[in-house]
Write a protein of this length. Sequence first.
Length: 126
Amino acid sequence: MMTVSYVAVFHFEDGGYWCEFPDLQGCFSQGDTVREVLANAKEALEGYIECELEEKGKVPPAREITEFKVEGKDFLSYVTCDILQKAKSVKKTLTIPAWLNDQSERLGVNFSRTLQEALLKKLDIA
């Protein structure tokens, strides 16, 4: 599972709300109320990120909320979602020191999960 957060700009227009994700070209959502547009924004973000991962294998970089300015009734918010990575798995062979292997096995470390978590952190997507 991977958690992602992106800044969304929310706009009030014609009695309803719509939002855009400046870091995600073409990712928009809408709703009649603030709660509805927030829920729809999360769903739009999930779909967009899943497509990016499937097509490109990575997600676009996300800027900090302090880098954006809004006017009038517009507002900013982070939208966060958890993505289940559905990509196929590949087998990797690696070498680690024997003492590290022995100690890890004694503690019941899941090697596959540990490597995945380390790679996500290294790639700055976790």
